[in-house]
Design a protein around this ligand. Sequence first.
Ligand code: GDP
Ligand code: IMO
Ligand code: MG
Length: 444
Amino acid sequence: MATAENRSETLPRNTAVVGLQWGDEGKGKIVDLLTARHDVVVRYNGGANAGHTVVVGDSKYALHLIPSGILYPDIECVIGNGVVVDPVKLIEEIDSIQSRGIDAQSRIHISDRSHLVLEHHKMLDGALEELLSKDAGDNSIGTTRRGIGPAYADKVLRSPAIRTGDLLLGEDVLLEKIRFSADIHARQLDAFGFSERPDPARIFEECLRSRDRLGENITDTTYLLNDAVKAEKRILFEGANACLLDVDHGTYPFVTSSNCSTLGIPTGTGLPPKAVEHVVGIMKAYSTRVGAGPFPTELSDAVGDKIRKSGNEYGTTTGRPRRCGWLDLVAVKYTSMLCGVDEIACMLLDVLWDFDEVRICTAYRLTDGTITDRFIPDAGRLEGVEPIYETLPGWTGPLDVEGAREDLPENARNYLSFIESFLEVPIRLVSVGPERTQTLVASV
Ligand code: GDP
Ligand code: IMO
Ligand code: MG
């Protein structure tokens, strides 16, 4: 019989897990489940802005930089070149996992070409947000203030960038790089009228501590991963953030600074595109968003509050309340197309229990009155569109997690069937609670 644990036995060798909405879809839970039949789990984008929750019995783990496969003992975890690494946060995370009896340090491989997020990146992230919030109408992005944007900006600028491999350079060279990078940021802070300044000496000391702790974990992960593919090891790609936050394809400029969709996998790992053989798209049964930006199906009413309460929709990284709304299939059909999704895991279906009716957005009415079933990946043009809904009857009754998807209440099954036929992609996993065991598998 198909179970959540053996689901990955039937998957091709290399699978990607990617969020199809604005993040927090439950990627951590599914990566953890699928890890059982893989050898390597790799993060290809983002940084400590991600917060992936894995619940195992009474234990809850919130992972930010370490791939969510770490809880399985023999799995190798790779932080690819596309990730921006906050070494202080990473060490904290390793220590926290090790204190819970899991050997993490020796199984983490960090790309020498990933870029570092240091004190000055976080400072500039916060300063830019404050500056924007003073605009009339508040134009801040609502970032996690984890230094993500400034670190990726430095990567593209090149001269102020510091890569993880630079920790292994001679100390004089490293100090010089830090001085230059911090100075560029200090000048920006000064120009913006902030009195706060990064301290190169302090950053340098922090980098030396990071080098001592992480030095042996830093390697050429491009060769490591290509060798793993050659040795027929099974690789699981863990997307961070989500497709609607993708810097090229999301609701720009209210996005993060990396390619979170599967399109970011080759550049973020050094593996060729054909290495990704199968894509599992992770979708909440409704929509949430944390931070600013357009959200056509947002519910600023008692229904939205009910979803937030029942889904415990508060950020894993920042604790901020998440904005909640009905499922937007215009958006998910778009991201499913972009990511080449082969199957969907529908998460948090339990949160939609006990509603008289549930709604699904299937088209938008634009401000000029025209109707479209195409997503608009541009914040300015997406703002103000009106969602057009299908209304389906709700469901109630016992939540039987021992059963299969076929045992769900009829109206819940109809809800899932509606989604599948609209997206033209099968839903193979249905999650009805945070734990590994609270997962139903379609017997297709
Ligand atoms: P991620 O960033 O995509 O990994 O998702 P997060 O961990 O940030 O947020 C998802 C939250 O939903 C976490 O608290 C999970 O433990 C929880 N969760 C995952 N699946 C389910 C589910 O099916 N039902 C409920 N009620 N909670 C779930
Ligand atoms: P996971 O992996 C939800 C959002 C932030 C903000 C925007 C830019 O847990 O799904 P950044 O700090 O990246 O510059 O912020 O992106 N954001 C996320 N929202 N889940 C995430 O990750 C997110 N990562 C970034 O809230 O709106
Ligand atoms: Mg999250």
